[in-house]
Design a protein around this ligand. Structure first.
Ligand code: FEO
Length: 389
């Protein structure tokens, strides 16, 4: 097994999940990693663990470096099971280890998952733990991505163990940013932020302010590659993700039974083009909602269309709107559109659903009975092109 070193006596000991393609509903087309780190000091410390099925890989990696029974501290930055799942396996071997977790939420969460029999030490925000030559300071980052989250900063090494923050679902045999294609990593970081952290932009912004105040040479996240070359770039990128500002771009998201709604969608795209606004189109039958969410993050306009089915919107459109409600995108403008047979009421319902996810309605729902004529399609295009965007 390759020993992956971040610094002298600091190692990557995580696991690569090559084949995972769904991470609680978010498509992970490039797989994932669960990163854990081992610090060899007077106190031997493991920072986070891995998903339970990868416990053996974690213990094997640790065993290449030291006997896992010697672990003194297990820092749990986050209770979610992709990072805490191997705690029972580690504690089975490291019988004298103390689990370090955030006061209240972390302690409560770990005890709910793994019981109260382990030795726990709940730490407050800003508290520092000495390991010997090095120290770890715990910085609270609530809601990135659960209430318990914290990040761990080692000032002597200028390393931030950032857990979910700065994560990317990206599996590779390489572990550092200067060894892989950063364009792909940045895309995956944006997808991760959009699908996991978009609802918590305010908290992310506060956390980034704290991160910026630290002297950091390396960001060791718990997913994807470790940043040692592009630290400033990724911090700037996160600031940009959570700044609440949108780009002049429109998304047309729809599903269509017999192509009438689709024809309308194409006309709307033409209208945006004529208005000078970049437009992306997503058929919900062909695109996963987690990929569309990545585009929603920074797009100013969100336009959603459906055919009417059984006096309702199409289930694919309902699923997209439910997902968006959870992600709570900010500052969007848009409208609804679609075709209907004998009752257009569901298109008004769609408009209300858009309002419910805080989309500012810039025009009433466009409703076409059965099949749009060429003239109607031209009118739709003209109408969109004429909107003050
Ligand atoms: Fe990677 Fe919120 O767990």
């Amino acid at each position: 097994m390759e020993i992956v070193k971040l610094r002298d006596d600091i190692y990557y000991v995580g696991a690569v999940d090559w084949n995972v393609r769904s991470f609680h509903g978010y498509t992970t087309n490039r797989g994932a990693t669960y990163n854990a780190y081992l610090i060899i000091d007077e106190k031997i410390t493991l920072v986070d663990t891995v998903k339970a099925p990868f416990s053996e890989e974690l213990l094997n990696r640790i065993s290449e470096i030291i006997d896992p029974a010697k672990i003194d501290y297990l820092v749990s930055n986050h209770v979610e099971m992709d990072h805490s799942g191997a705690i029972p396996a580690v504690m089975e071997v490291a019988k004298n280890a103390t689990i370090i977790t955030s006061a209240q939420s972390g302690l409560k969460g770990l005890q709910a998952h793994y019981g109260k029999d382990y030795k726990y030490q709940a730490v407050q925000a800003g508290e520092t733990l000495s390991l010997g030559k090095r120290s770890l300071t715990f910085v609270a980052t609530p809601m990135l991505h659960w209430p318990d989250n914290m990040v761990t900063y080692c000032k002597e090494e200028k390393i931030l163990f950032s857990n979910d923050a700065f994560g990317q679902h990206y599996a590779s045999s390489k572990h550092f940013d200067d060894e892989v294609d950063m364009a792909i990593v940045m895309q995956e970081m944006e997808k991760y932020y959009a699908n996991i952290l978009m609802p918590y932009g305010r908290q992310a912004s506060q956390a980034i302010d704290i991160v910026k105040s630290l002297d950091i040479d390396m960001i060791a996240s718990s997913h994807g590659v470790i940043f040692r070359k592009y630290v400033k770039e990724v911090i700037d990128k996160y600031s940009y993700f959570c700044n609440g500002e949108n780009e002049k771009r429109a998304l047309v998201v729809y599903d269509s039974m017999w192509k009438s709604t689709e024809k309308m969608a194409f006309s709307i795209v033409e209208g945006f083009k004529r208005a000078g606004v970049e437009c992306l189109l997503f058929d919900l039958k062909e695109n996963h909602i987690s990929d569309i969410a990545t585009q929603v993050l920074k797009a100013e306009y969100l336009v959603v269309g459906t055919s009417v089915l059984n006096a309702n919107i199409l289930p694919t459109v309902g699923a997209f709107l439910t997902y968006m409600k959870g992600l709570a995108p900010k500052g969007k403008k848009g409208f609804a559109f679609g075709s209907y047979g004998w009752g257009p009421q569901s298109l008004s319902t769609l408009q209300k659903e858009l309002e419910a996810i805080n989309v500012e309605i810039i025009k009433d729902a466009i409703k076409i009975n059965y099949v749009p004529t060429k003239e109607q399609l031209r009118e739709i295009e003209d109408e969109i092109a004429a909107i003050e965007l």
